[in-house]
Ligand binder design. Structure first.
Ligand code: BG6
Length: 513
């Protein structure tokens, strides 16, 4: 039987106060507070800890605690236990304030000073900006102006910046520039919650700790790579954000390229933050920006029309969703083909796709190997085209695991092959570990480990790769939206994108069942 590693050797994060801007928002309720609860459950949250929620809503700490409790019960379900919850909630406080009002920051500074005394926290502060991006620079500047970002006498001050980090190269650069005027790079933690997913981190472990994987992880053996982030949800209640963002900005320069960089990076010489991030940045620098002509042939955008999900639920078209313009040209689907100009990846296409209202929710990386020569079978009934290529599938979510597809001889006298699979499921080996994906990131930030956060240059390189696509799409508004029905696999052009190269998207296992 497999043994489950414990959290042995892990120590609680150092005493600190976490301040969440956007304390009554969705992210705080659905992810951040449950993540703090999980950290508490595993003993990784320090005893000397406080959380201060800041938002514009008028309420006091007592009401805030009630609100968090109602939400926590909803999101934690059966995991919720009174004892653990009480331990956490008595460390949570609320401060209402307008994020643009300097007075609010003075009150925050006073509050933090008070809590430092009360909770014996030594002045270590983690500021989590779970706010609209237009406020990132302003909040950081105001924090600095009241001295809250000054590190001295061994106490640290760190700022976690949520996505989206800019909306194009220019704005990402401007934000980096602004932040660097007031903070050291070592104080800035640009979050991408995909890097907090265990299965994404495991890609590194899988590649770099198994001697049989790396030798065949290159253009000599790999035919192409597919990265899919499919969602069955629609735009939800995020119309104003999504209308401005669209699927490309929302998902590609951050989550998809984060996964791609881990799949494609060279082995770092250590797990030191700068070594790992240096390799990620290098591989993104080797990725080829598309020319305007290539944007026309190597990218596909789509928007969902009305349709039916596999559950039988009928859902409206994007343009009929609440607060969406009836003639909106915002894309809810994107697929693209990228090449990485490096020795390892020469000639290997990376196909990326993501979309809303697809038939299922799953994220996976498919590494498809080149065909074996098949000479042995040349005089038999087994034709080369009937032999499936080997595929390594890294299932990021929700059915977390890794599988390797290969061919086996069907028992009997006829020379017949069948595609079979070796399959590893996380839950079979390690059980189900509740996690929102934010636990590791919050913990790492408190420990000062930036490995899983984006560096300034990585964010800018990712946007630079998006620039030609944004420019061409902007200059040529789509004429065929909506071009896929909700509950289907996206526009037919996405299939054609691969078909032109003689390839096909692989349908995820759980979606084909
Ligand atoms: C967010 C996007 O960053 O990631 C959302 O803004 C998307 O549109 C979400 O739904 C997907 O995250 P996950 O963890 O559910 O795959």
């Amino acid at each position: 039987m497999a043994t489950t590693p414990t959290q042995e050797g892990m120590t609680a994060a150092p005493p600190a106060i976490m301040v969440i801007f956007g304390a009554a928002g969705d992210l705080t309720k659905r992810k951040l507070v449950p993540a703090l609860y999980h950290l508490c459950a595993t003993g990784l949250l320090p005893e000397r800890f406080a959380m201060v929620g800041v938002s514009r809503e008028q309420m006091d700490t007592e009401h805030y605690r009630d609100l968090l409790q109602r939400e926590a019960k909803k999101h934690l379900g059966e995991e919720f236990t009174e004892d653990l919850w009480n331990h956490l909630i008595e460390r949570c406080y609320y401060l209402h304030g307008d994020f643009r009002d300097p007075d609010g920051y003075r009150r925050l500074a006073d509050k933090l000073g008070e809590l430092d005394q009360q909770c014996q926290t030594p002045g270590n502060y983690l500021f989590y900006l779970a706010t609209p991006p237009s406020l990132f620079a302003d909040i950081t500047t105001q924090l600095t102006s009241v001295g809250l970002t000054r590190e001295q006498d061994g106490r640290w001050r760190r700022v976690i910046i949520e996505k989206p980090f800019g909306r194009n190269l220019e704005s990402a650069r401007a934000l980096n520039h602004k932040l660097h005027q007031i903070l050291e790079e070592s104080q800035i933690y640009r979050i991408d919650h995909y890097l907090g997913k265990e299965t994404v981190q495991n890609i590194m472990a899988f590649r770099f700790t198994n001697g049989i994987i790396e030798p065949i992880w290159n253009h000599r053996y790999i035919d192409h790579v597919q990265i899919t982030v499919a969602e069955s949800l629609g735009v939800e209640n995020r119309a104003s954000y999504y209308e401005e963002a669209g699927a490309l900005r929302d998902m590609v320069p951050n989550h998809l390229l984060a996964v791609l960089s881990i799949v494609a990076m060279e082995p770092p010489i250590s797990f030191d933050a700068d070594e790992v991030r240096g390799e990620q940045s290098k591989v993104l620098r080797a990725a080829q920006a598309l020319t305007p002509e290539e944007v026309l042939t190597h990218t596909v955008r789509g928007q969902y029309g009305a349709g039916m999900l596999p559950t039988g639920e009928r859902v409206p078209a994007y343009r009929d969703e609440p607060r969406i313009a009836p003639d909106s040209n915002t894309e809810t689907y994107v697929a693209l083909r990228m090449m990485i100009d490096s020795w390892r990846w020469a000639g290997v296409p990376f196909y990326l796709r993501t979309g809303k209202r697809l038939p299922g929710r799953f994220t996976e990386v498919v590494v498809e190997y080149r065909h074996a020569p098949s000479r042995l079978f040349r005089d038999s009934l087994v034709k080369r085209q009937n032999v499936e290529p080997n595929r390594m599938v890294l299932r990021i979510q929700p059915d977390e695991g890794i599988s390797l597809g290969f061919n086996a001889k069907v028992p009997g006298q006829a020379p017949q092959l069948s595609a079979v699979e070796m399959d590893f499921n996380y839950s079979d080996h390690f059980g189900d570990k509740p996690s929102t994906g934010y636990e590791t990131l919050i913990y790492d930030c408190m420990k000062g480990d930036a490995t899983l956060f984006k560096r300034a240059d990585t964010v800018e390189i990712a946007w630079a790769l998006m620039e030609p696509i944004l420019d061409v799409w902007n200059a040529l508004p789509p004429r065929n939206f909506p071009n896929y029905a909700a509950g289907t696999w996206g526009p037919k052009e996405a299939d054609e994108l691969l078909a032109r190269d003689g390839r096909k998207w692989k349908i995820c296992k759980s979606c084909s069942e």
